[in-house]
Design a protein around this ligand. Structure first.
Ligand code: SF4
Ligand code: SF4
Length: 137
């Protein structure tokens, strides 16, 4: 089993495609809709979290692409909001990859995204909500 988050962009005229029904009945996928803004006359976009056998996910996304739905597989990334950060250092204690550290000279937090494995341990550790997960293409 595998889980992926995908962004589906529907052209106008394809907004009433029975994607959810197809995913469940034809490809045996479980899914939740994280965000949706679709209008019958204009098309729109939808972010879905899909779980299923890898080949079934591939087939389901192929079905979408064949119907001119633009498919983008999203990955998770951590975002540090430096305006909310009070540089207390609490997050550095739970970051096993040392992606978060306090600068020895300035005592300010430094975030090295290239070391981050998106384990999310820093989210509950932060008292100001300065760490969050975002989805990106
Ligand atoms: S998500 Fe994990 S690895 Fe990334 S900064 Fe937070 S604690 Fe460190
Ligand atoms: S725990 Fe939150 S407020 Fe404290 S240094 Fe880390 S990101 Fe900044």
């Amino acid at each position: 089993m595998k889980s992926v988050k995908v962004l589906l962009k529907f052209p106008s005229g394809q907004a009433d495609m029975p994607v959810a029904w197809k995913f469940a009945t034809e490809y045996g996928l479980e899914f939740s809709i994280l965000q949706a803004d679709i209008r019958p006359d204009r098309g729109g976009r939808c972010i879905m979290d899909i779980t299923g056998e890898p080949e079934n996910i591939e087939d389901a996304l192929y079905y979408c692409r064949q119907a001119n739905v633009q498919v983008t597989v999203l990955s998770r990334t951590m975002v540090w909001d430096d305006e909310c950060c009070v540089h207390c250092g609490a997050c550095t204690a739970v970051c096993s990859k040392k992606a978060l550290s306090l600068d020895k000279e300035t005592a300010e937090l430094r975030f090295d995204n290239s070391k981050c494995i998106v384990c999310e341990m820093c989210i509950p550790a932060c008292p100001t909500g300065a760490m969050r997960v975002d989805l990106m293409p």
